[in-house]
Design a protein around this ligand. Structure first.
Ligand code: DLZ
Ligand code: SF4
Length: 508
């Protein structure tokens, strides 16, 4: 009896549960490039090329290991354009009597998948995705009965449960769970981040690049130069280079931004983790080993581990706990359309222009650019959450709904009213000035909050606090800014509101 084993574009892991009991003489592995997935948002060209090339290389890897692989290409004239259509065609083609698949990362796809069994008339087994530290059921158990879900407590539990960065007595290595306070240093002048690993496209990637150039010419983003790793071996090389060159410096300047330095000391492995080319358990253990052997300090390693064992697992847990419907809330009643400069980069706000330009070039921006520049602007300006979410989902190579939605809806936009974050990550231009070199080269003056040429982030920040006072002023973590605001004269407050309004009216 032939089993058809479907592997999705973000499941490129040989140990994926859908392949666990493959009968090599009989079963067929199906990978399919489908228009529904390349088109549910207008993905960055580089993101599409990365995923399709990684899928084609993965198919080759499985064939090399002796599996029978059926890989349906996007330009196959018979391609139906959807997972359901391609599974149905493949079942008929191979006479399969059963379908096995690992649960997808997105609610949208899972909902569709749940109809397949009745549509196909054969068993469809949907297996757990075991590539995470914390299963969906484990997270639900942790969340049960808690009033507020806070990453910090979840993360400590994960550290203990998986024995990561603990000393001999089972206490946190270095004497604390969290070294974030040491990780917010601005960049000293003249510091030089290392050159980053880049992988020249091989023939398979070149073919994909040509396909993407033809089919997705109108999509956002530069397709070339293309330097992503598209195989497990190259992804591991990129990660090893990070361990050697970047991890020792990773913590100190984790929140810094610098013109012309899109990667700084960041790992840039999120695309590889999220499609399955790297295993989160391997990277966490390798980072912990770098601390144990004295190659990196605790603030660097703990900061890195927190992102993967803590934050990444936490947002996935929240996503599955709250879907469907997590994205429906709009706690701050934000309704403004997404400004065109999110796509064009054409704005006099230098920080935003830099973040968008780097996003266009690399399908990547680091977390402070995403959170404190483009995310912060959308929060302060009251951009409709669904429009902001669709943008993040489209433009970043690592963006899949399970990770993008909680990060954007909950963390950046506070649209869930504080379910995921205890306060909005709202900041004025002062923060951006402290953490970057953007303001010096900007047309606006970061030292002023009102008057011609004053920094829009400043005006919008105070306007945001006034506009949302009813919801936010009761939040104890917002007490400081509201106290500062209370010292403004009524005239100054009125002027800032009027100037914020006239700035918002210029957005198109
Ligand atoms: C993101 C993406 C893209 C652009 N293309 C494909 C594809 O052609 N075939 C495929 O299997 N997966 C693709 N993906 C990833 C899927 O969107 C992802 O597997 C689902 O969102 C479920 O998480
Ligand atoms: Fe951004 Fe304001 Fe600084 Fe300009 S002055 S770069 S708009 S924070």
């Amino acid at each position: 009896m032939t089993t058809l084993r479907l592997v999705l574009g973000d499941q490129l892991t040989p140990e994926i549960s859908s392949l666990a009991d493959t009968d090599r003489g009989r079963d067929v592995v199906l990978l399919c490039e489908v228009a529904a997935e390349t088109g549910y948002v207008p993905h960055h060209k580089k993101k599409i090329a990365f995923i399709l090339s990684a899928m084609r290389h993965f198919a080759g890897e499985l064939r090399g290991a002796g599996l029978e692989v059926d890989h349906v290409r996007l330009d196959d004239p018979a391609n139906t354009g959807s997972f359901a259509g391609e599974v149905a065609r493949a079942v008929a083609r191979h006479g399969a009597r059963r379908v096995v698949v690992t649960e997808p990362g997105e609610w949208r796809v899972l909902a569709d998948m749940q109809d397949w069994q009745s549509a196909l008339g054969i068993p469809v087994e949907i297996r757990e995705d075991t590539r995470f530290f914390c299963s969906r059921a484990r997270f639900a158990r942790w969340a049960e009965g808690r009033r507020g879900l806070r990453m910090e407590f979840f993360y400590r539990e994960m550290r203990r449960e998986h024995g990561i960065l603990l000393d001999a007595a089972g206490e946190p290595a270095g004497g604390a769970w969290n070294f974030d306070r040491e990780n917010r240093k601005p960049l000293p002048a003249g510091s030089q981040p290392p050159r980053r690993a880049s992988f020249a496209p091989d023939a398979v990637t070149r073919e994909v690049i040509d396909l993407v150039a033809r089919r997705f010419a109108s999509h956002f983003g530069d397709l070339e130069p293309f330097g992503f790793a598209v195989t497990r071996a190259d992804a591991r090389r990129a990660f090893d280079a990070f361990l050697a060159d970047c991890l020792p410096h990773f913590g100190d300047h984790q929140d810094a931004m610098k013109t012309g330095e899109p990667f700084l000391w960041h790992a840039v492995i999120s695309p590889y983790l999220n499609v399955g080319l790297l295993d989160p358990r391997d990277v966490v253990r390798a980072a912990a080993a770098a601390y144990a052997s004295g190659r990196a300090k605790i603030n660097a390693v703990e900061g890195f581990v927190r992102q993967i064992l803590g934050w990444r697992e936490f947002v996935r847990g929240i996503y599955w706990l709250r879907m469907p419907g997590y994205g429906d809330s709009n706690a701050l009643n934000a309704t403004r359309p997404l400004p065109a400069f999110y796509w064009t980069g054409e704005t006099r706000m230098n920080c935003v222009a830099q973040a968008v330009a780097e996003t266009r070039a690399n399908a990547y921006a680091h977390h402070i650019q995403r959170l404190m520049v483009t995310g912060n602007f959308a929060l302060l300006a009251g951009i409709a959450p669904a429009e902001v979410e669709a943008w993040y989902l489209a433009v970043y190579a690592d963006a899949f709904d399970w990770v993008e939605l909680p990060n954007t809806h909950g963390m950046a936009l506070f649209a869930d009213g504080g379910y995921l974050a205890s306060k909005p990550y709202a900041a004025s231009g002062k923060y951006i000035d402290r953490m970057s070199d953007y303001c010096g080269a900007c047309a606006y003056d970061v030292s002023r909050s009102d008057g011609d040429g004053s920094c829009p982030f400043n005006r919008l920040y105070w306007d945001f606090l006034m506009r949302n006072a009813e919801t936010l002023s009761r939040n104890p973590r917002m007490a400081m800014p509201y106290r500062t605001l209370a010292r403004f004269t009524p005239e100054r407050r009125a002027r800032i509101r009027a100037e914020a309004q006239s700035f918002l009216e210029t957005l198109a």
